[in-house]
Design a protein around this ligand. Structure first.
Ligand code: HEC
Length: 441
């Protein structure tokens, strides 16, 4: 049993199984022979694109940004300075968070062969536990109610909910087709109107928007590219038509976005796969994670398998207990929910369940990603096919190719902009770049 539990914690999936599922021969490199690059991720606060192109971005910097000048041409080596100002609430942060680190040092290694790109990442977590928990449903004696939330949420700041959210590692990648991504990286995608920005769009306003509300049925604004908007400021509500956006997508003018998630993908050895265009979309197909709420019956769909993991639910005091189960994986740690199982007040079940077999099509391309946490450090090893076979929502990588990437780490029970991010970094597969992937056989 002990072994089985540890597997759900660190997400160890037999490599042989992964290889046969992916149909691609995975031969990860000897990482001790691949140089590590240190990338300084810093806390960005509310530095949205609108802020960067507005007069508060001082000393006429904003005019240069409008003209396309790269962030790094002025801010090289300033990551720690900027991070200190934002993390301490001196600049761009109305909701200062206790103990927020200004920077995270992300160690990045990259290699490739004829089939795959291989990444290895390492970073230290602020807490002495990995963020492998996700908010729960809690039984209050009668009903299952939401329990736990990300640290920037009002209810957590007011002490009404505990801070609970999964750790994440995000890669955004472009092949040169997105104008200005090389100069401005992630900031191109981050806008006023999004959740936790200075000017969050109301649900009603989003629902009334012809693209986001009416065509896409969204209720919030998420990352988007300026090319999908009609005005010079790339305002969230000045949206182009679905037809115009389809043309941009067909021309490859989107940014690839993939996230390794400590709770919702790692337990099954995967990362998710998405892209940014008019919204932060998931790729075609189905993710490895699904809602654990049966909306009709107002109860969870899965519970822990007591026979395998020792208990049918987690108690709040066991939330960070890595000897206990963390994620619901049907067939491994989870079985269908039984309303008559004798539920007690305080029983917790995660809000999502995770299943490798559910992941389908382009959304399932990152099928060989494994993170382990030990002594305060995450190590995430990730392989991705150079050609996923899905050019409609992925960037297809090639030997000899040069790319621009941005990295983000969500640490310490946080989501949305509460992450640490990098300025744009170049990645070369056999060409000169900040990160030069090593060719292996
Ligand atoms: C032409 C130079 C220039 C460019 C290009 C530029 N900045 Fe700035 N940025 C500045 C200056 C000057 C400040 C104000 C620094 C101060 O007040 O000490 C600043 C301030 C900031 C701040 C607030 C923190 C601070 O130190 O005040 C952030 C965040 C920031 N810039 C991010 C960016 C990003 C992201 C980009 C790229 C999209 C960018 N900048 C491009 C010059 C530039």
């Amino acid at each position: 049993m002990g072994k089985c539990i540890r597997q759900t914690v660190v997400g160890v999936v037999g490599l042989a199984a992964v290889v046969s599922v992916a149909g691609v021969q995975a031969a990860p490199p000897d990482w001790s022979k691949v140089p590590a690059k240190s990338v300084t991720l810093f806390y960005p606060g509310q530095s949205t694109y609108e802020w960067l192109v507005g007069p508060e971005h001082k000393k006429n910097a904003y005019k240069k940004v409008v003209q396309g000048e790269a962030c790094l041409s002025c801010h090289e080596g300033e990551e720690a300075d900027i991070g200190k100002k934002t993390a301490t609430g001196q600049r761009l942060e109305p909701n200062k968070l206790d103990g927020k680190q200004p920077v995270i040092d992300l160690k990045v290694q990259a290699a490739y062969d004829n089939k795959n790109l291989y990444w290895r990442f390492q970073w230290k977590t602020k807490n002495n536990y990995p963020g492998s928990a996700y908010p729960f449903y809690r039984f209050d004696g009668k009903e299952w109610k939401k329990y736990g939330a990300p640290r920037l949420d009002k209810e957590v700041q007011e002490g009404k909910q505990p801070a609970v959210y999964e750790d994440r590692l995000t890669i955004v990648l472009d092949d040169g087709k997105v104008e200005r991504f090389k100069a401005h990286g992630c900031w191109l995608t981050c806008h006023d109107g999004m959740r936790d920005t200075a000017k969050v769009a109301s649900e009603d306003a989003v629902k009334a928007n012809p693209l986001l509300g009416q065509a896409l049925k969204k209720t919030d604004v998420r990352k988007y590219l300026p090319s999908t908007r009609t005005d010079a400021n790339a305002s969230w509500d000045k949206t182009k038509s679905p037809e115009e956006i389809a043309k941009l997508k067909a021309a490859g003018q989107f940014v690839d976005l993939m996230q390794w998630r400590a709770h919702r993908s790692n337990p099954v050895g995967m990362a998710d796969d998405g892209y940014i265009l008019e919204y932060r979309n998931f790729d075609e197909g189905k993710n490895m994670f699904s809602s654990n709420l049966d909306k009709e019956k107002k109860q969870p769909k899965y519970m822990f398998d007591a026979a395998k993991v020792g208990a049918k639910a987690i108690g709040a005091d066991k939330m960070r207990d890595l000897k206990g189960p963390q994620a619901l994986v049907p067939g491994q740690s989870a079985v269908p929910f039984d309303p008559a199982a004798g539920w007690k007040e305080g029983d917790l079940l995660p809000q999502y369940y995770v299943n490798r077999a559910d992941a389908k099509d382009s959304a399932a391309d990152n099928s060989n990603t494994k993170g382990t946490w030990s002594n305060g450090t995450w190590t995430v090893v990730w392989s991705r096919p150079l050609d996923t076979g899905h050019p409609e929502d992925d960037k297809i990588l090639k030997a000899g190719g040069a790319y621009t990437v941005g990295f983000a780490v969500h640490d310490d029970n946080i989501t949305t902009r509460g992450h640490h991010v990098s300025f744009p970094v170049t990645l070369g597969l056999g060409v000169k770049a900040d990160i030069e992937a090593v060719k292996t056989k």
